[in-house]
Design a protein around this ligand. Structure first.
Ligand code: ADP
Ligand code: ZN
Ligand code: ZN
Length: 734
């Protein structure tokens, strides 16, 4: 007798499928993308069906599938194709890639259905039973009275709220006095509503962009518009047409903090069939959105990078907003870039994709300049809003007050007195970068990292930003017992405390990952800012991204230099992006804006370019530099990093793997290899890290060599002593 063999993927770090038998009593063959429960090394795992075939070989001793969890696939064919591609592109096990397409509750094997609710009503017996029968159970008696007063079925939520316990309900169910039913709550679906008119008439540039995108059936558009030029307005208009064709739109945004603003704006335009998806949603909410997308009950979803894995049965367009942003890249385990996945998904679905940014990544800009992408520019802000004016402040020889120059302090004063808002940007949180003993020079180093512990004041502590280690502030120097310390380096808390003293009568709102830890505190801050009263906003890159603050007229960049002199070849690109973005928060309303840039090297060509305020010219210069150095995007990069408890183990492992690769037939000559070298922060979180960086002129050769490396990494007898990762297109060299 022949057997139906099912090929199953399980979420384990082995890149292959496993075979199970379909039990004979199951006639329906589960389709690819259906969840099943299988026994894997005596553990029950939730797997996903990848394929099936007939097997004539009776002898093969393979286990039965234990259970089929879904009537229809939970992962669509196009998603399976995307997963397969991503697994090969990032050299990451397919079973683990696949699990990204499931929400946490689906991964645990829960039912793929909307939230369920229990309802209770009296049974026939319950209607007529003599109440005295429950005399010995006063709580049940009370409950019976409660039900007698109401003839209808009641949701459990309401019954519990009235003080009747779940236990009482259960007892009455056992006595067949009450009957319980479980109902799935399909969400109320609002009708499609596209009647809402937009406030303004599109500018000529916007109009042209909308038409261009709408006539495209597929392919990539780089929507390259200066900050505040109305890019969002353009894709809102495009999406309106997509929805009218009964298709769905996916908008990827870089930061959870931007979700409320975006969701609000979309709902205003499109009504309620708009959802947002990100990690702050709980399991049930995520499953509901997941289902709504799959069933086509939602037309637009706005979400952070993991939204690229949502099942959209009728996707019509993808927008990647702020496409240059590093948060689209997952930095651990499966190191995918949501932008790359989005590009591939659009290709599979044969739909257009829009990459929007005022400061496109060099990768995307190059593709646009090479005419691989359609390049659309928005060069003006609509209406009266103008781009801000840049004013460099040369810090050499100047007295500074907690890092701020007189020019900047005066500038803040003037704007506040004119009822405007000011935004101060420093990309370093905490009070100071480190604590130093005034007598012996002891420095607050982290035990587990090659890094200093940052000084925090509120609450007072030393904190390592790389491993989250934390300790109280020393009263005596651990080395010489001295009692005098100096805080070295600037952080947002320090500037905050200075500004609060200097500008006593104005609110100072600090926004960084410390101050916004509470669930809704960020939204609260944003609302205060939106009220438009004069205030100082102060923060890290969290305030640089995409926010629209119409009352901000002055932006102060406290330290423009740090990224320019970074050891990372992407340092200048990142600084240019972030400073252009922060500067773009100024002058977005009716008032014009200024940007004060503090620097110790105003004549450095990169700083000069920044002060010109023209990102594209700057980016083209950087592209020339990259071309000369043959670095990405003119070559393709991958990094292999090892981690272990001893530096030499991490290094030797890489050496060994590389020797094996060289002895095989792989084209190592075509690859530029740098390393093994200790990673930028060799010791991090108590482990020692080494790496090899590979650069190749073709993707093909890079993939070939990574296949080889992956093979040897997995086969090596030492693999259990070392943790390793392969990072394709790493975002940072550091
Ligand atoms: P971006 O996404 O490029 O940063 P937005 O789409 O958020 O820009 O637009 C910036 C501001 O300009 C918003 O307040 C928006 O309402 C306004 N705006 C956009 N397009 C127009 C237009 N055609 N006329 C007037 N105001 C506009
Ligand atoms: Zn000391
Ligand atoms: Zn640390």
């Amino acid at each position: 007798m022949s057997h139906r063999i099912i090929e199953v993927l399980v979420p384990i770090p082995i890149n292959k499928t496993f075979f199970y038998k379909l039990p004979n009593d199951i006639k329906q063959i589960p389709k690819a993308g259906t969840r099943v429960i299988v026994d894997f090394n005596n553990r029950n795992l939730v797997g996903v069906v990848w394929g099936s075939r007939l097997n004539e070989n009776k002898e093969r001793d393979i286990k039965n599938i234990k259970e089929i969890l879904d009537d229809e696939p939970v992962i669509l064919d196009e998603q399976l194709e995307l997963a397969d591609w991503a697994s090969r592109y990032y050299h990451y096990p397919l079973g683990e890639v696949i699990s990204h397409f499931l929400t946490p509750s689906l991964r645990k094997g829960k039912k793929a259905s909307f939230q369920e609710q229990a309802f209770w009503k009296l049974s026939n017996k319950g209607e007529f039973i003599d109440i005295k029968a429950l005399r010995r159970a006063p709580k049940q008696e009370e409950a019976l009275m409660f039900f007698r007063g109401r003839s209808k079925e009641l949701p459990q939520r309401i019954i519990l709220a009235s003080g009747i316990s779940g236990q009482t309900l259960k007892s009455l169910e056992n006595k067949e006095i009450l009957v319980k039913t479980i109902k799935t709550l399909d969400p109320k679906v609002d009708p499609l509503n596209l009647q809402k008119e937009r406030k303004h008439k599109l500018t000529k540039e916007q109009e042209k962009a909308v038409n261009k995108i709408c006539t495209k059936k597929e392919g990539v558009v780089l929507l390259n518009g200066i900050t505040g030029s109305g890019k969002t307005e353009v894709y809102l208009e495009v999406i309106k047409k997509i929805i009218a064709e009964k298709k769905q739109a996916l908008i990827l945004i870089p930061e959870i903090g931007l979700a409320p603003q975006a969701e609000g704006r979309f709902k205003k335009r499109f009504g309620q069939r708009v959802a947002s998806f990100h990690s702050a949603k709980n399991e049930k909410e995520r499953l509901d959105i997941w289902l709504s997308m799959k069933k086509g009950l939602v037309d637009v979803v706005i979400g952070t990078r993991s939204s690229i894995f949502l099942p959209m049965s009728n996707l019509g367009i993808i927008v990647v907003d702020e496409e240059h942003d590093q948060s689209f890249k997952q930095m651990d385990r499966f190191r995918y870039s949501a932008r790359e996945l989005a590009l591939y998904r659009a290709k599979i679905n044969k739909i257009p994709i829009v990459l929007a940014s005022a400061t496109p990544s060099l990768e995307s800009l190059k593709n646009a300049l090479d005419n691989k992408y359609t390049h659309l520019r928005l060069t003006k802000r609509p209406g009266v809003a103008k781009l801000p004016q840049y004013l460099p402040v040369d810090l050499r020889g100047k007295e500074l007050k907690d890092g701020l120059s007189n020019e900047l302090i005066k500038g803040i004063d003037v704007e506040l007195k004119n009822n405007n808002q000011v935004l101060i940007f420093l990309n370093r949180r905490g009070y100071a970068s480190s604590l130093v003993c005034r007598f012996c020079g002891w420095v607050s180093s982290c035990q587990r990292c090659d890094a200093h512990m940052t000084v925090h004041r509120n609450p007072s502590k030393l904190h390592c930003h790389h491993c989250e280690a934390s300790q109280s502030m020393p009263t005596n120097c651990p080395s010489c017992l001295g009692k005098k310390f100096e805080s070295i380096g600037l952080g947002t808390e320090r500037i905050e405390s200075f500004l609060k003293k200097e500008f006593v009568s104005y609110p100072v709102i600090r926004i960084d990952s410390d101050s916004t830890r509470g669930k809704d505190s960020f939204i609260g801050y944003l609302e205060t800012i939106k009220k438009g009263e004069s205030a100082i906003l102060l923060g890290t890159q969290m305030i640089a991204k995409g926010h629209h603050f119409p009352e901000v007229t002055l932006v102060g960049i406290v330290d423009a230099d740090s990224g320019i002199f970074s050891a990372d070849f992407r340092g200048s690109e990142k600084v240019a992006q972030i400073i252009t973005q922060v500067a773009g928060r100024a002058g977005r309303g009716k008032k014009t804006g200024r940007v004060i840039i503090q620097t110790y090297c105003p004549e450095h060509p990169h700083i000069e370019r920044l002060i010109d305020g023209n990102y594209e010219t700057f980016a083209k210069d950087l592209l020339e530099e990259r071309k000369a150095a043959n670095s990405p995007p003119y070559s393709y990069q991958a990094r292999i990093q090892t981690e272990s408890i001893k530096s030499s183990i991490s290094r030797d492992f890489l050496d060994e793997i590389w020797k094996l690769v060289e002895s095989s037939s792989f084209p190592t000559a075509k690859i530029k290899k740098i390393g093994p070298l200790p990673s930028f922060m060799e010791k991090k979180q108590g482990v020692f890290r080494w790496e090899i960086n590979l650069f190749s002129d073709t993707r093909k050769n890079l993939h070939k060599i990574l296949d080889a490396i992956n093979f040897y990494l997995r086969e090596s007898p030492r693999r259990n002593k070392v943790r390793w990762t392969i990072d394709v297109d790493p975002y940072s060299t550091l």
